[in-house]
Design a protein around this ligand. Structure first.
Ligand SMILES: [Zn+2]
Length: 109
């Protein structure tokens, strides 16, 4: 009875059944967590949280600017400032031209 299978090799945490009982979390690098959870639900919950924080830390996506707190489309782990704060003004970043057009549309001058 496997309801959902995490896809391997995609930076995902997964929950594995331990022989003898319990469940452990395997991280995206393939390392197994040392903690054994008695219930699959618990392990899934922890894996989910780990996944969220990993996604937030390492992947592109919406992120809050460390400077002004405004949400913006981050291009990755090193990108924690919105364009305005990074550049000191609202110039478009070539990397991000396809993202984040929901706020602050600007015409190139
Ligand atoms: Zn900012």
């Amino acid at each position: 009875m496997s309801t959902h299978k995490p896809k391997p090799g995609n930076g995902r945490y997964s929950v594995l059944k331990v022989e003898g009982g319990g469940f452990i979390i395997r991280d995206p690098e393939g390392d197994l967590g040392s903690k054994v959870y008695a219930k699959r639900d618990w392990a899934e919950e922890v894996a989910h949280r780990l996944q969220l924080s990993r996604d937030a830390a390492s992947r592109a996506g919406p992120r809050r600017c460390m400077c002004c707190g405004q949400e913006f489309e981050s291009s990755g782990i090193g990108n924690r400032l919105c364009l305005r704060c990074r550049h000191g003004f609202g110039e478009a970043d070539p990397q991000s031209y396809s993202f984040g057009s929901m706020t602050g549309r600007r015409r190139a001058s």
